[in-house]
Design a protein around this ligand. Structure first.
Ligand code: ADP
Ligand code: MG
Length: 256
């Protein structure tokens, strides 16, 4: 896990809103196949950071490199197309669609033959569809939802809906996953299960992850490295154990 070339390199990113600096020259790097956590008190700039990484906000200055791609200025769909998938803090799956259909939609970016061939019922389109369905079943099994494929997503317990969203993101075959508070609102049991799935995404699938999370237990268990933000500034960066004991971090969390 100490490979040389970072998958993501955030350099001196500043985001200003009228009269407020939400991010102030923030930088961090994510090594391939690792979980990098971005933590900090409310209003620290975590969501702003995600919005810059996914192209929802444009940085006032600074740069974000993803492999050989410069992301600064790219719209969200271009960034997603390069292989960065994001899971939002709130539920986003269409509640009435089955889990299987939602996951198939998640593979849309990867569809080669396209709607014309599918509409004409060409054999190539049928073969491709069968491949996608097979992959959807594999991914559902990976997150533990293979038995829920035929159910409407909205009928599942909250924890399983979040796992279905994770599965949909995995259906894009991303290189980098942005997780915004993935265990918020979950029971202790659901938290454990979700954390185990996230660890599997890193360890078995080799996908790199940027994790914003309030649950320190989950951060300490999952993160390989941590950046701590406070009032838009980076106040600490390093291994989870070191960061946790950093006096500046303790002060920020105690609200001094
Ligand atoms: P966090 O996710 O760490 O709680 P945010 O990134 O949401 O923090 O917010 C950081 C700061 O930027 C806050 O003071 C917030 O009010 C402000 N902010 C975030 N988005 C906007 C926006 N679109 N317009 C104005 N201010 C914003
Ligand atoms: Mg936030």
């Amino acid at each position: 896990r100490s490979s040389a070339v970072p998958v993501l390199e955030v350099r001196d990113v500043t985001v200003r809103f009228a009269g407020l600096t939400a991010l102030d020259a923030v930088g961090f790097t994510v090594r391939p196949g690792t979980v990098h956590a971005v933590i900090g008190p409310n209003g620290a700039g975590k969501s702003t950071c995600f919005n810059v990484l996914s192209g929802v906000y444009r940085a006032t200055s600074g740069s974000v490199r993803f492999g050989e791609h410069e992301l600064t200025g790219l719209p969200p769909h271009k960034i997603a197309g390069l292989g960065i998938a994001r899971i939002f803090q709130n539920l986003a799956l269409p509640p009435r669609a089955t889990v299987e259909d939602s996951l198939l939609l998640g593979r849309h970016r990867l569809t080669r033959t396209g709607f014309l061939a599918a509409g004409l019922r060409l054999p190539s389109a049928a073969r491709e569809e069968a491949r996608h369905r097979e992959r959807v079943r594999e991914i559902a099994a990976f997150v533990g939802l293979e038995k829920q494929l035929a159910q409407p997503a909205g009928a599942l317990p909250y924890g399983q809906q979040k796992l279905a969203e994770l599965a949909r993101a995995l259906c894009m075959e991303p290189q980098l996953l942005l997780l915004d508070e993935p265990v918020a609102g979950m029971t202790a049991d659901e938290r454990r299960r979700t954390a185990a799935v996230i660890a599997g995404v890193r360890d078995s699938l080799g996908i790199s992850i940027v994790l914003v999370e309030h649950d320190m237990g989950v951060v300490m268990r999952l993160a390989d490295s941590v950046t701590v933000l406070d009032f838009g500034r980076r106040i600490a960066d390093g291994a989870p154990g070191d960061v946790q004991n950093d006096p500046a971090v303790v002060r920020a969390y105690l609200g001094e």
